[in-house]
Design a protein around this ligand. Structure first.
Ligand code: GLN
Length: 310
């Protein structure tokens, strides 16, 4: 068997092993997400030579949700630099749920850019430019990470927009602490739109692989962000990417990662690969049950834990 066949075979094997898992259920606090097929299970891996491997439903579209957060943080770091971004949003694990009121005592800054509070501020930091409105810049940047033009699922966007009072409340609370750079309504609207950008597991694996490859998309060869920015994003993903499950994830899986409530999950093997899974049923931390299980097994089977196998 060729090395390429072995990778595909291994993804198919992981899919077969966990497709029967019936725990968890798709998110329903955003009504449109509850319509997702609970049996869909796709896996994809992109290597540093730009090969894309996949198994199962790796080409069906779903929305980015919180998997957008590390990439918007990357864009903010690229545009504004670490010192300016850090004036608005911190880099400490909150140890709390994704939608918690994670604001630091004293500064009022959101704890980090991976929880909703910090992500809303990070999105709000992206400026309009003379050439394009901020959201167009966000969409274009995410497209460069994915290696193709992306679009917004308007139904998921409206569904979150009409039910997203908690995020709206968070945005107002943040403004009251003086750490909201734009109008809260505008910030949340842009954040919901970013969460509703449509991708596939193959896109996500390519985005993750771009972070793994020092900010260069290994499929298109384009430098999307600098190596320094990519490394900083991985640092925050490692400590905060899985919310209140981040410590346990780093302990067991040992890779920077990010989950989203539509069922997407990415993990990054620096200088080695980007991997992504899609499976909508979620656990208590808002992460994909099958994705979590598959990536934990993959890490153990191939010795991918960064601290166990430096
Ligand atoms: N759009 C979702 C929200 O803000 C994203 C949350 C997530 O994926 N964890 O609630």
């Amino acid at each position: 068997m060729s090395a390429a066949d072995a990778v595909t075979d291994s993804l198919e094997n992981l899919r077969a092993r966990f497709i029967g898992v019936r725990e968890g259920k798709p998110a329903d606090y955003i009504p449109q997400l509850a319509l997702a097929d609970p049996d869909a299970f796709g896996l994809a891996l992109v290597s540093m030579d730009g090969h894309r491997y996949s198994a199962g439903e790796a080409d069906i579209p779903f929305t980015l949700q919180s998997v957008s957060k590390p990439f918007i943080y990357a864009l903010a770091l690229s545009v504004l630099g670490l010192d300016e971004v850090s004036r608005w949003v911190g880099a400490e694990p909150s140890g709390e749920a994704f939608n918690a009121i994670s604001l630091e005592p004293g500064t009022g800054r959101p704890a980090n850019a991976m929880v909703n509070a910090g992500a809303i501020v990070t999105t709000a930091l992206i400026p309009d430019t003379p050439d394009e409105p901020a959201f167009d810049g966000i969409l274009r940047c995410l497209g460069r990470f994915a290696g193709r033009e992306l679009d917004v699922d308007e139904e998921v966007f409206s569904s979150e927009s009409v039910t997203g009072d908690r995020n709206r409340a968070l945005a107002y609370l943040i403004r009251s602490t003086g750490t909201m750079p734009v109008d809260p309504v505008l910030a949340v609207d842009r954040y919901f739109r970013q969460c509703a950008i449509r991708v596939t597991a193959v896109d996500l694996a390519t985005m993750a692989a771009t972070l793994a490859y020092g900010g260069v998309n290994p499929v298109t060869g384009e430098e999307v962000v600098s190596a320094e920015v990519a490394a900083r994003v991985l640092a925050v993903m490692a400590t905060c990417g899985m919310y209140d499950g981040s410590g346990d994830w780093l302990l067991r899986v040992g890779l920077p990662a990010k989950s989203g409530v539509s069922g997407g999950l990415i993990a990054v093997g620096p200088a080695r690969f980007g991997v992504a899974t899609y499976s909508p049923p979620l656990d208590a931390t808002g992460g994909s049950v099958r994705g979590h299980a598959a990536l934990e097994t993959m890490s153990q089977r191939y010795g991918l834990h960064l601290m166990l196998n430096p």
